[in-house]
Design a protein around this ligand. Structure first.
Ligand code: AMP
Ligand code: TRP
Length: 325
């Protein structure tokens, strides 16, 4: 089974990314051949500072490894180091429709926030499809918010297979239940995001204990005062319960029972400890890996191994389309 996924190097990797994506990445190493990509070409669909982008690429790579992705066993690489992504992206762009791309909610959301949207932002899901199809991927572990992009990838793959003959493996998404959608701490009706202005809306994996404490203690709850899960009526408390459960391995009913009769203060305080202690080993490994020469060597080696898989696939695609000599 081949597994492929990607994360954008846009800083602030947070608990949502960890629980919704990275944790699955680590677990899947037991089940298949995993390829994990730092999608820097996706990052430039919105303006980036070049120096900052370079740093973020290495930050994300080091975080991947710090949470337990083994760069020897899996392939970890940077998207722009393998030119096949852009090449296949073009071919897929010619086989997708502006109508279907206009329906992508992520595009609608992101373009709404600006006066004029870059073309790259519009074709972003096509590049994502190329990332996945370039490696004959079977399974794509992602957060729930990527469901629509996975569906589009499948549609494009099936469309080309039907028209040009068997060309692509049609991939499946794999979505986590608990933690699949971690909500913002200050506004539990929107998801925790890297780009939200309020840093207390998220917990970044590299936050220090004081920041984690402040963010959790400030988190929006409700006036009822009882710790129980009810996503519709109590989105704030339910989100904190989901985080607690995912970070501690304790089930939500177990936690509800334990905190019966106690207020939010005690519950939040314990959650601070659970998160701080859960992130501590990751942060220690991150500091070690981020400063090492080995990180660059691992990424270069990853790009070479990725390219070795991508090349024959791209060759097959070009043949089907009658491209080249
Ligand atoms: P992004 O931050 O958009 O680059 O997302 C990287 C990965 O984390 C993707 O698989 C997302 O689906 C996942 N992800 C991002 N935000 C959240 C969130 N708040 N809850 C759960 N998963 C998330
Ligand atoms: N679009 C994904 C996100 O925002 C990132 C991504 C790019 C990705 N290419 C991918 C995820 C390929 C899985 C597979 O989270």
């Amino acid at each position: 089974m081949r597994v492929f996924s990607g994360v954008q190097p846009t800083g602030n990797i947070h608990l949502g990314n960890y629980l919704g994506a990275l944790k699955q990445f680590v677990e899947l190493q037991e089940e298949g051949d995993c390829i994990y990509c730092i999608v820097d070409m996706h990052a430039i669909t919105l303006p980036q500072d070049a120096k900052q982008l370079r740093e973020s690429i290495l930050d994300v790579a080091a975080l991947y490894m710090a949470v337990g992705i083994d760069p020897k066993r899996s392939i970890v690489f940077v998207q722009s180091e393998v030119s096949g992504h852009a090449e296949l992206g073009w071919i897929l762009a010619c086989n997708s429709y502006t109508g279907e791309l206009s329906r992508m909610t992520q595009f609608k959301q992101k373009s709404k926030e600006r006066e004029s949207a870059p073309t790259g932002l519009f074709v972003y899901p096509v590049l994502m499809a190329a990332d996945i199809l370039l490696y004959d991927t079977d399974v794509v572990p992602v957060g729930n918010d990527q469901k629509q992009h996975i569906e589009l990838t499948r549609d494009i793959a099936l469309r080309i297979n039907n028209t040009y003959g068997e060309t692509f493996v049609v991939p499946d998404g794999r979505f986590l239940k608990t933690g699949a959608r971690v909500m913002a701490l200050d506004d539990p009706t929107s998801k925790m995001s890297k780009s939200a202005e309020n840093a207390h809306s998220r917990i970044s994996l590299t936050d220090d204990p004081a920041k984690i404490k402040k963010s959790i203690m400030k988190a929006t709850t409700d006036s009822e005062g009882s710790v129980r899960f009810d996503a519709a009526e109590k989105p704030g408390v339910s989100n904190l319960l989901s985080i607690y459960s995912a970070m501690s391995g304790k089930s939500i009913p177990e936690l509800e029972k334990y905190y019966e009769g106690s207020g939010y203060g005690a519950f939040k305080k314990d959650l601070v400890d659970v998160v701080v202690e859960g992130l501590r080993p990751i942060q220690e490994r991150f500091a070690e890996i981020r400063g090492s020469e080995q990180l660059i060597r691992d990424l270069k080696d990853g790009a070479e191994r990725a390219n070795a898989i991508a090349e024959p696939v791209l060759k097959r695609v070009k043949e089907r389309f009658g491209l080249g000599l």
